[in-house]
Design a protein around this ligand. Structure first.
Ligand SMILES: [Mg+2]
Length: 234
């Protein structure tokens, strides 16, 4: 699928790509409605309907990813809820092996996420992957989501890369389409971002189930055993 000698830069999304989206789906579809219902004395069904309406209205915008926005909109401290639950997030399979492979092959490696800093920092406090990356970038730093051309223009200015020698791996296909429009040629999506949901059978962009489809796993296993130790902290 990828010819690694033709790639210098690897851009990796976080939620649903490196980390299992099961945490985020549970957080937004179950946990937050429960807190919202308790705070505003609603039943759970009413809370879910109201939240669904509020979230649908802002999907794909930076506000949708903004914990300050949801704290203001929902009337309770969503930052606190993120900090209290982030230890439940977990890595998708083959992530350490894939990151070891990329590091061993000297790729310029960036984590590029729409996650708000409180989400990013809370998750990376429990999952020890930050050291693999040359840069960790939140789209909130550029005031534009990855779905927009404005983000890609600002990002490329801050972290120059050759779009022809770059791959973006992201579970969000709207983001991949925006990156394609910007000129990034190599795009890969994930068929099962949430381990609790059925894998997708069709995608707009080339797709993988797990990262082991992108490198020689027999080789990588030896390297990761003799390489530096990186483990889950939780
Ligand atoms: Mg994602």
């Amino acid at each position: 699928m990828l010819t690694w000698q033709d790639i210098d830069t690897v851009l990796l999304d976080m939620d649903g790509t490196l980390l299992d989206l099961a945490y985020d789906n549970h957080f937004w579809l179950e946990h937050i409605p429960e807190v919202y219902a308790k705070t505003h004395l609603l039943n759970l069904h009413q809370a879910k309907v109201r939240l669904h309406e509020a979230m649908s209205a802002s999907q794909g915008t930076l506000a949708w990813y903004c914990i300050d926005h949801w704290t203001e909109t929902l009337g309770f401290d969503v930052h606190e809820q993120v900090r209290k639950t982030a230890h439940k997030s977990s890595l998708r399979p083959w992530v350490f092996e894939f990151l070891n492979f990329l590091q061993a092959h000297n790729k310029h490696l960036l984590l590029v996420t729409n996650a708000h800093h409180v989400v990013l920092d809370s998750k990376l406090a429990h999952i020890d992957i930050a050291a693999y990356f040359d840069h960790i970038v939140s789209s909130h730093d550029f005031q534009a989501p990855k779905e927009s051309q404005r983000f890609w223009r600002s990002f490329a200015q801050a972290h120059p890369f050759d779009p022809k020698r770059t791959v973006l791996i992201d579970d969000n296909e709207t983001v991949l389409s925006a990156a394609k429009q910007f000129g990034i040629e190599q795009l890969i999506t994930l068929r099962q971002p949430d381990s609790g949901l059925t894998a997708k059978t069709s995608t707009l962009h080339p797709s993988i189930h797990h990262f082991n489809e992108l490198f020689d796993t027999a080789n990588a296993a030896t390297k990761s055993m003799s390489g530096k130790t990186c483990k889950m902290l939780m």
